[in-house]
Design a binder for this molecule. Structure first.
Ligand code: ZN
Length: 286
């Protein structure tokens, strides 16, 4: 049958193939429409979620034995923390065991480095710093972790320690202090969500047994009021009357309960790894 140049549709009218031809004719237009629509729907899905302005990181230093229960306390609130441990002292008196540490990690908390033996890095040569930071990280990797953030013991840091932290493969590191608290009223309230120095992330001063619950809340409120930011809180032991650098479980739990209510203000809890979007890099060869 010779249809062309008679319009194809008229020629094939009444035949089953007509519908196929009509669909085929409509197809390019449909594809064009899809192509036009595609960027719009993509743009819609890329809309940022409800604005989050303040990110609180709950960090616990020194691998203290009380941190096993602390991790579970956070989990009950749907929160995850960052636990900075010294690999040389894990398993010793009053410290977490390897098994307890593994349980903490398995529950979704971050395990970070804190040097081999908890030494003041600023008093060491670069070679000694490298051993303390790299060997500690190497041990964590050998235990099956992927540490991306470091906490300087005593918050003690200098340019050498920062350079070594970077060279050992850490993607970010936390000091102690530098943000607004009862000791520094003129300091910035929250660290920048993209810290200007990833190897010297600032915090309010350590939480101590004489830190009032009101002061803990104030550190978060200060950041909220000043437009948000990152507030890494530094805890050590979590027990009753167990030293200057401790907080009672009751005080911590009440604080966590209050913190959970701040979600409606756009305040969320993240590990330091998640808060700064840290990336894993292998430890360099010795
Ligand atoms: Zn420490």
């Amino acid at each position: 049958m010779w249809c062309f140049p008679v319009p194809l549709i008229r020629c094939l009218r009444g035949r089953p193939t007509v519908k196929i031809v009509r669909w085929a004719a409509a197809l390019p237009a449909a594809l064009v429409a899809l192509a036009v629509l595609q960027p719009v729907s993509h743009a819609e899905s890329a809309k940022p979620p409800k604005k989050v302005t303040t990110v609180v990181s709950l960090t616990f230093d020194d691998g203290d034995v009380t941190h096993a229960a602390t991790a579970r306390m956070l989990e009950k609130r749907g929160m995850r923390g960052t636990f900075y441990v010294n690999t040389d002292t894990i398993g010793r008196d009053a410290k977490l065991t390897r098994r307890e540490l593994a349980a903490i990690a398995k529950a979704g908390h971050e395990i970070g480095g804190h040097t081999l033996t908890h030494i003041r890095l600023t008093e060491l040569t670069q070679g000694e710093q490298r051993a303390q930071i790299c060997d500690d990280r190497r041990a964590l990797v050998a235990w099956g972790y992927r540490p991306t953030t470091l906490a300087y013991p005593f918050g003690s840091v200098d340019a050498d320690a920062k350079a070594v932290a970077r060279r050992c493969g850490y993607d970010a590191a936390r000091r102690v202090g530098g943000l607004k608290d009862w000791g520094c009223r003129g300091c910035q309230a929250g660290e920048d969500l993209r810290p200007r120095d990833r190897y010297e992330i600032r915090t309010p001063g350590s939480i101590r047994d004489d830190t009032l619950p009101r002061q803990m809340r104030q550190q978060v409120l200060n950041a909220e009021k000043s437009g948000g930011g990152l507030v890494p809180l530094v805890f050590h032991r979590v027990c009753d009357g167990c030293g200057l650098y401790s907080v009672s479980p009751k005080t911590l739990d009440e604080f966590l309960g209050w913190l959970a209510t701040r979600k409606s203000r756009g305040t969320v809890v993240k590990t330091l790894h998640d808060a700064v979007g840290a990336r894993y890099r292998p430890v360099p060869a010795e």
